[in-house]
Design a binder for this molecule. Structure first.
Ligand SMILES: *Cc1c(COP(=O)(O)O)cnc(C)c1O
Length: 386
């Protein structure tokens, strides 16, 4: 049987394995020195003032919403073409979710649609408190336009950069938060680098940073300068908020730091495969994600658009039958039964997202591709196109 080619997968080296073993043999396996080191490594890499690590991007998004005081009666807006975690974070806080349609070419949240929706929301007094901007596939959304709207309509901007570690916007690494309040990364194995499970939030806002540190660990602080009550002794700590155990462990952080050393190499390989795809697919009438030449995509995903839903469905089935792990990213979030049950989202409000969904396919994109696997993917796609 032919080897299965996944759409994405981790790339673990002997050095990564040694890094993890070193932690396992050390005195601390959870709250030792590696977590802070990883946070520092990421801050240095992306150019942010602060980093807070979490046990997933999902818990980072939740803590961030709490730190921004999102609650009942508030709105969070995001792109419907994303993983459900981008919007679930609002529901955890008792807030409401709404979506902004995507741009049909970049597949990212459309700033023009955002502006129109903001004008309407202002009239009915339901402006969002937070906008979660997803960098689809690793290509940055139009952050400058979005940040101008954020200033005008007074909402916070979170970048869900789960796909985009190493990507660049205006020649700065995503995560520098030049046009946002905070930025979240995921280290799930299919993402750019992995820590097993894991996530991290970068920010330049010290208040947000401190609040996230609290929510990550039960709402407890051991910092003398922050105590509300008089400390009774050296054992003293205070729970000041209702937080969670969302901490990353040293085992995961050591893997993350070790992987980060190869991120630039991963990015180079992914960008090379993306270029090959573009060259090969250019003449076949296949739509591809398009964005400004000035962006640098991390190419978490290689996204294509087929002519019709029938063609997409038949190619998906045929390629899967040939053990090629093509996938669909994503089902619009509002189509999920949990969201449908709320009875407030209508397909007609998101024509671009619906159209995108019906035609989209993710081709295998990862550092373990080689010429033989690439040819299998291309040949299969070409045969099944006709
Ligand atoms: C993977 C992903 C997440 C969730 O990441 P976890 O680390 O698995 O919690 C959130 N948003 C997007 C866009 C993702 O792709």
């Amino acid at each position: 049987m032919k080897e299965f080619i996944p759409y994405g997968c981790q790339d673990i080296s002997e050095k990564d394995i040694e890094a993890v073993i070193k932690v396992l043999k050390s005195d601390f396996i959870t709250q030792g020195p590696y977590v802070e080191r990883f946070e520092q490594d990421i801050s240095n890499y992306v150019g942010s003032k602060h980093s807070v690590s979490f046990n997933s991007a999902t818990s980072a998004l939740h803590s961030l919403c709490l730190a921004m005081n999102l609650g009942a009666g508030d709105f969070l807006w995001t792109s419907p073409i994303s993983f459900v975690a981008s919007s679930n974070c609002a529901l955890y806080c008792g807030a409401e979710v709404d979506f902004v349609d995507i741009d049909p070419l970049s597949f990212n949240l459309c700033p023009d649609k955002l502006e129109v929706k903001l004008q309407l929301a202002e009239k009915s007094n339901c402006l969002p408190k937070i906008l979660v901007v997803v960098h689809m596939g690793g290509a940055s959304a139009e952050m400058l336009k979005i940040s101008r709207l954020a200033k005008k309509y007074n909402f916070k901007v979170i970048e869900d950069a789960s796909h985009a570690l190493g990507g660049e916007y205006e020649s700065k690494k995503i995560g520098a938060c030049q046009y946002s309040d905070a930025c979240v990364f995921s280290f799930h194995p299919v993402k750019m680098i992995t820590s097993g499970e894991g996530g991290l939030c970068t920010t330049n806002d010290t208040e947000l940073f401190e609040a996230m540190q609290l929510f990550r660990s039960h709402g407890i602080t051991k910092d003398l300068s922050k105590f509300i009550k008089e400390p009774g002794g050296a054992w003293y700590y205070e729970q000041q908020k209702l937080g969670f155990n969302y901490r990353m462990t040293d085992i995961h952080a050591a893997l993350g730091s070790s992987q980060l050393q190869r991120l630039d190499q991963f990015l180079k390989i992914r960008n090379e495969w993306a270029l090959r795809y573009k060259e090969e697919l250019g003449d076949l009438g296949i739509g591809m994600q398009s964005f400004s030449d000035e962006l640098y995509s991390s190419y978490h995903l290689f996204l294509i658009q087929l002519k019709s839903q029938e063609q997409r469905d038949s190619i998906f089935a045929a390629m899967r039958a040939e053990r090629i792990g093509v996938n669909v990213h994503y089902i619009p979030i509002f189509l999920q039964p949990y969201y449908q049950r709320m009875g407030k989202y209508s397909e007609q409000d998101f024509p671009n997202a619906m159209n995108y969904y019906k035609h989209c396919l993710s081709l295998p994109m990862h550092t373990k591709l080689d010429d033989e696997k690439f040819s299998r993917v291309l040949d299969s796609l070409k045969i099944n196109l006709s």
